[in-house]
Design a protein around this ligand. Structure first.
Ligand code: ATR
Length: 307
């Protein structure tokens, strides 16, 4: 009864109640979560770690479809079943942060967490999205964020993590743009709590930008683009061709925003790298080893191609 459960199946709370595994289990919880690439990505990294560290031979990562109203009781059940680590995705990151012990300051700042570690005193929460975003951007574009003027689109949980990541990195300036402008005040408030806060501007998504420079990077943290029929979240035509455009969405691999940017001669990247880097740090928290982000990226890419 060790590794007899398929890791590509979609599990539910009902499955959890009669969870038969004796080995170490990890999982991502979300709704919807059917198309998550986290199981193949983490299981590939675990297989690699296992070559030098046989203690991971019975570790397997699964995915569970959990509704937001089930989350609180589900977390208690995962804890009692001994799930060593959990990842949280849409729409659980902000919800979960109120019920777990704070593992690092980023959870307090963003009021969101995407990674839980089993400890004797309950689950401890971390937010590896900040590391995921900055590592992916610096890796994909071979730049330092500190030198850049950032235009961040969105004001949800993902945008909050991105804003704090930009603030902590010390970007040159940060412009926050969202459909609902009033939601940007909360993010500005979070940024002002940082030791050093870059200059921050806010505007509506469809308004002209307060300023434009040759060193801009646009980060899309809205959900616009998940549906191929969605309009693009920003008009890039007034920005210089030197602008870099990063979309957190990875499926579809090329959103309308990225296609428009490419047609304007801009360099682009999708969110697959961020997925791999945030996963790398989560797995490091659980295993206390150094998993390979490269292996995780390759497995996520292969998973994407087969969907
Ligand atoms: P997440 O946790 O992934 O960030 P979220 O909290 O639901 O998800 O945030 C979704 C983001 O996409 C928000 O910035 C939202 O804008 P509003 O704050 O105005 O709701 C943005 N968004 C979603 N649908 C949109 C649309 N049709 N047009 C413009 N922005 C949209």
């Amino acid at each position: 009864m060790k590794n007899d459960l398929p890791s590509d199946a979609l599990y539910t709370l009902e499955d959890l109640e009669k969870w038969p595994r004796e080995g170490t289990s990890l999982a991502v919880l979300g709704h919807p979560v059917k198309h998550s690439l986290s199981p193949p990505m983490h299981n590939a990294a675990l297989a690699e770690l296992n070559r030098d560290h046989p203690e991971f031979s019975d570790w397997t990562y699964y995915k569970f479809d959990i509704q937001p109203e089930e989350l609180k009781s589900a977390l208690g059940k995962f804890y009692r079943k001994g799930f060593k680590g959990l990842n949280l995705t849409v729409p659980h990151k902000i919800l979960a942060a109120q019920w777990v012990n704070i593992g690092e300051a980023e959870v307090e700042l963003t009021e969101a967490c995407n990674t839980l570690l089993w400890t004797e005193n309950g689950y401890q929460g971390y937010n590896t999205d900040l590391y995921g975003l900055t590592s992916a951007i610096e890796d994909e574009f071979k730049i330092q964020l500190q030198d850049r003027d950032v235009l961040l689109l969105g004001a949800g949980g993902a945008a909050r993590a991105a804003a704090v990541a930009c603030g902590q990195t010390g970007v040159r300036s940060l412009t926050l743009a969202n459909r609902t402008v009033s939601k940007l005040d909360a993010i500005r408030g979070v940024l002002e709590k940082l030791e050093s806060c870059p200059p921050v501007d806010t505007c509506a998504l469809d308004q002209p930008l307060p300023s434009v420079s040759e060193r801009m990077i646009v980060i899309n943290a809205t959900s616009l683009g998940l549906d191929p029929d969605d309009p693009t979240p920003a008009d890039l035509r007034k920005l210089p061709a030197s602008t870099l455009v990063f979309d957190m969405i990875y499926n579809p691999a090329r959103t309308k925003l990225l296609k428009e940017a490419e047609s304007l001669g801009m360099q682009v990247a999708n969110g697959l790298g961020m997925l791999a880097y945030q996963g790398e740090r989560s797995l490091k928290i659980w295993t206390q080893k150094n998993p390979s982000a490269k292996t995780m990226f390759a497995a996520a890419q292969a998973g994407l191609q087969s969907t």
